[in-house]
Design a protein around this ligand. Structure first.
Ligand SMILES: Cc1ncc(COP(=O)(O)O)c(C=O)c1O
Length: 403
């Protein structure tokens, strides 16, 4: 008998999702009866609002359970156009919208249709873990742009300009940011928009956290900041975070027709559309009341204030105050090289995250997974009780590290 044929080599250079691995470890520890303080959660700990759930159930009852057009039903695309106009000052027609199975799916589809083998995509670090891997999956090369803590981990227009080469296809931009929670100002975005239009590259603007903002921060889409942006901005958004609908899987992309026509072609031959039931619920989400949002944001804000207070009072911890999303990204590089009670040295963020997990049952996400060593990401999309106990453990764990 012949040996079974080998599998594809295509995924050899793709890293598994670090946050997913940590979450799975948290679930396994819980199953073993160990109490864990899970700060690796990437989703609101609130239920989907009742009226949206009802719309999903009504869709099932009314047999809205069949195939839809590849990039979604017209009513949903119209609701998205209306949302983009109302919230972001962006004018699109329904044929410029693709609905997808989550924002992640929209990001990947856009990268796939704009990139050729060997193209470069600029990825400012710290980045959302999936960006570089998605770029590679699309056949392109991620070019990481290091940002400075002193600039709140935001990429500058000058940095983008200096990094553009003839091979550059796009810049990935994420505001509010996962993992840092930083929010770009309209002035910063306008300066980047100028570089985008000067150089002719695309910008993929990931705006998933636009509605989770604090301290009077305002979300502005870079797509609204220059007339030519309509041709070069690929806007990605979705319902996961703002509407607490992560499991429903509804994202969308908006962009110029040439790009979106390719997305239609690509989706038509691959995943097709998000579930018809989800699409139906999404129409209700986008056109219905948003009064559930302020209490959710207030709850996140209280937790943010608490976790910032705790971190600011820990030795050797520096943390920029997030203006949005539900993450903090403290710099703990002061602990690099320090020794655990068992004598082992903590060499980097992964080591530190593993130490806090194994010895103090705290699940965080290592900065290395986001392209920035020395930091850890803590999500505060969890109860104040867990945050309180978890921060006690972090403090204890850090003070047990000896130089
Ligand atoms: C920055 C960012 N973009 C996109 C996504 C994708 O979200 P989804 O695929 O659930 O819409 C996430 C999820 O964590 C995210 O943090």
């Amino acid at each position: 008998m012949s040996a079974i044929r080998p599998l594809s080599q295509k995924l050899n250079h793709i890293a598994p999702s670090a946050t997913t691995v940590l979450n799975e470890r948290a679930i396994a520890m819980k199953r073993e009866g160990i109490e864990v303080y899970n700060f690796a959660v990437g989703e609101p700990d609130f239920p989907t609002p009742d009226h949206i759930k009802e719309a999903g159930m009504a869709a099932i009852r009314n047999d809205i359970t069949r195939y839809t057009p590849a990039t979604g039903v017209l009513d949903l695309k119209e609701a998205i156009c209306h949302k983009l106009s109302r919230d972001n000052g962006l004018e699109y027609e329904p044929d410029q919208i693709a609905t997808t199975s989550g924002g992640k799916h929209a990001l990947y589809n856009l990268l796939y249709v704009i990139c050729d083998e060997g193209d470069e995509v600029l990825v400012p670090a710290p980045y959302w873990v999936s960006y570089p891997e998605m770029v590679k999956l699309a056949g392109a090369l991620p070019v990481v742009l290091e940002t400075a803590p002193a600039n709140s981990f935001k990429v500058t227009a000058e940095q983008v300009r200096a990094a553009v080469t003839p091979k550059t296809k796009a810049l990935m931009l994420n505001t509010p940011s996962n993992p840092t929670g930083m929010v770009y100002t309209p002035e910063e975005l306008a300066a980047i928009a100028e570089v985008i239009t000067d150089t002719g590259i695309y910008v993929i603007t990931d705006e998933l956290y636009e509605k989770i903002l604090y301290d009077g921060h305002r979300h502005v889409s870079i797509a609204a900041l220059h007339p030519r942006m309509q041709e070069q901005a690929l806007v990605v958004n979705g319902l996961s975070k703002a509407y607490a609908m992560t499991g429903w899987r509804l994202g969308y992309a908006a962009g110029p027709r040439e790009v979106m026509d390719l997305v239609v072609k690509f989706q038509g031959q691959t995943v097709m559309h998000p579930s018809a039931i989800t699409q139906h619920a999404a129409i209700t989400a986008l056109t219905g009341p948003e009064n559930f949002l302020p209490p959710m944001v207030r709850a996140f804000d209280n937790r943010r204030n608490y976790i910032m207070d705790r971190l600011e009072n820990m030795d050797g911890v520096a943390c920029a105050r997030p203006g949005g999303a539900f993450y903090v990204f403290p710099d703990l590089s002061a602990y690099r090289g320090r020794r655990r009670p068992d004598g082992r040295a903590v060499e980097g963020s992964l080591d530190l995250a593993m130490y806090l997990l194994e010895e103090y049952q705290v699940i965080s996400a290592p900065g290395a997974a986001f392209g920035t060593e020395g930091c850890l990401r803590f999500s505060y999309a969890t109860t104040l009780d867990i945050i309180e106990k978890g921060m006690d453990s972090v403090e204890e764990g850090l003070s047990a590290l000896k130089s």
